[in-house]
Write a protein that binds this ligand. Structure first.
Ligand SMILES: Cc1ncc(COP(=O)(O)O)c(C=O)c1O
Length: 369
C-alpha cells in the first residue's frame, strides 16, 4: 500500500549514519578496543545486571548519582582532575551527551562550529537540532591554526564549538594552551554575547602521547569548557553505550531539561558501575595499544605511506591513488578498515598485534608494496 509520510524536507533522501558492520576476521573500522573483557569482568557485570533486573519494575535513578561519582573517581585517577559528581553528566554514548548539549544550546538561528575534517556525526547533531553547521578548514597537516580559529569563533558567534582532541579521523590532538586560547576567544562570542561553549571531545584521550594534555585540567580557569569522554574506546566497552562529560553545573542543569526522562536504563547504570570497578583490568591494554600504534606509524613511513601522527587508537594513512580499490582489496583479504577523511586516505584502527600483522601484509599485497 502506498504511503507518503510527512518527512522533514531536509531529511529527504538521507541515509542513516553508520560504518558497514561486516563479519570478517579482522575488524579495524570503528576504533574499538580489540580486547574483550576478562571472564571476571563479565561475571561481575552479569551479577550487577541480575541485581538491577530484580528491581526492573521501577524506573531507574533519573540523575544516577552513584554512577556520576564513579565516573568522577575514574577521571581523578586517569587525569588527576578533581571533578565533583555534580559536574558529571552521562548518556548512552558520548554521541547522546553531545546531542543533549546541542538540544539545550543549539537550535534555530544558532550555529555550531568545528574544523574539518572531523568526526562525521557532528553535522548530524546539528541537523537533528536544527542548528546551523559551520565547518572551517584545518591546515594541510590536519592541525588547527589557532589564531585563525579564534577569528572564526568571533566571526561565526557559535553557541557551541566542537573540538575533537584527539580528532577523528586524523588522530591529531590539541595542546592545553591551544584549547585555553579558544576557550578564551569563545567568552562573550556566543549568541547575544553569551559565552560560547567549547566542547572538547576526548573520546580517545586515554591514548594520548602526552599525559598532562587533557582539557580537564583547564576547566577551573575556563568555565565555558566542556570535556566529553566515553567508555567505548580505551575502556573497551563500546557495547555498553556509556559516554559522559565534565561541565559546569549550569550546563549540566540545562541538559537535564532536554534529556528524555530515565534515559539511562537501570541495566546500563549497573553494568557501567560494575565495569568501572574493574577499570585497571579493562585499561590494561591501553599501553600496549599505544605501542602498537607507534610501531604501525613507523611501519607506514618505512613502506612509503604517509601516516598522520596519531594520539588515538587509529591511524589515517595514504596517499592512495584509488582508496576505494584499496579498501575493497583489504576487505577481500578479510580486513575491514574505514573509508573516511580526505580523498586518498583510509583509516585503520589499531588492533591486536596479530590483527595488525594481517592488515600490514594485506595492504602490501593490495598496493603491490
Ligand atoms: C571523536 C568521537 N567522538 C565521539 C564518538 C562516539 O562515541 P560513543 O558514542 O560510543 O561514546 C566517537 C566514536 O567513534 C568519536 O570518534
Amino acid at each position: 500500500m502506498e504511503l507518503r509520510p510527512p518527512l522533514r524536507p531536509d531529511l529527504v533522501g538521507l541515509e542513516p549514519y553508520g560504518a558497514p558492520q561486516l563479519r570478517v576476521p579482522v575488524v579495524l573500522n570503528v576504533n574499538e578496543n580489540p580486547y574483550p573483557p576478562s571472564p571476571a569482568v563479565v561475571a561481575d557485570i552479569a551479577a550487577a545486571v541480575a541485581a538491577a533486573a530484580r528491581g526492573a519494575n521501577r524506573y531507574p535513578e533519573r540523575d544516577f548519582p552513584e554512577l556520576r561519582q564513579a565516573l568522577a573517581d575514574y577521571l581523578a585517577v586517569e587525569s588527576g582532575a578533581d571533578v565533583p559528581a555534580a559536574e558529571i553528566w552521562a548518556g548512552n554514548g558520548s554521541n547522546e551527551v553531545m546531542l543533549h548539549l546541542l538540544q539545550a544550546f543549539g537550535g534555530p538561528g544558532r550555529a555550531v562550529l568545528s574544523w574539518a575534517p572531523t568526526y562525521s556525526m557532528y553535522p548530524e547533531y546539528a541537523r537533528d537540532t536544527l542548528t546551523r553547521w559551520v565547518a572551517r578548514p584545518r591546515r594541510e597537516d590536519f592541525t588547527i591554526d589557532i589564531t585563525a580559529a579564534a577569528r572564526d569563533i568571533r566571526e561565526v558567534r557559535p553557541a557551541v564549538v566542537l573540538l575533537a582532541s584527539p580528532n577523528n579521523p586524523t588522530g591529531t590532538a590539541l595542546t592545553p594552551d591551544e584549547v585555553a586560547h579558544l576557550a578564551t576567544a569563545a567568552r562573550g562570542a556566543g549568541p547575544e554575547g553569551a559565552d560560547a561553549l567549547v566542547v572538547v571531545d576526548e573520546a580517545y584521550a586515554e591514548f594520548r602521547r602526552v599525559r598532562d594534555s587533557s582539557a580537564l585540567g583547564l576547566r577551573q580557569d575556563h568555565p565555558n569548557l566542556v570535556v566529553s569522554r566515553t567508555m567505548s574506546k580505551a575502556f573497551g566497552m563500546a557495547g555498553l553505550r556509556l559516554g559522559y562529560m565534565a561541565a559546569d553545573t549550569r550546563v549540566v542543569d540545562a541538559v537535564r531539561v532536554v534529556r528524555l526522562p530515565y534515559h539511562l536504563s537501570a541495566i546500563t547504570q549497573a553494568a557501567a558501575l560494575a565495569a568501572l570497578r574493574h577499570r585497571d583490568s579493562l585499561m590494561n591494554q591501553v599501553a600496549s595499544l599505544r605501542e602498537e600504534r607507534d610501531r604501525l606509524h613507523e611501519w607506514f613511513g618505512q613502506h612509503g605511506f604517509t601516516a598522520v601522527l596519531s594520539d588515538a587508537n587509529f591511524i589515517l594513512f595514504g596517499v592512495l591513488p584509488d582508496r576505494r580499490a584499496v579498501w575493497q582489496g583489504l576487505l577481500d583479504r578479510g580486513v575491514l578498515v574505514r573509508e573516511v577523511g580526505p580523498e586518498g586516505y583510509l583509516r585503520v584502527t589499531v588492533g591486536t598485534p596479530e590483527e595488525t600483522t594481517q592488515f600490514r601484509s594485506a595492504l602490501l599485497e593490495v598496493t603491490g608494496g
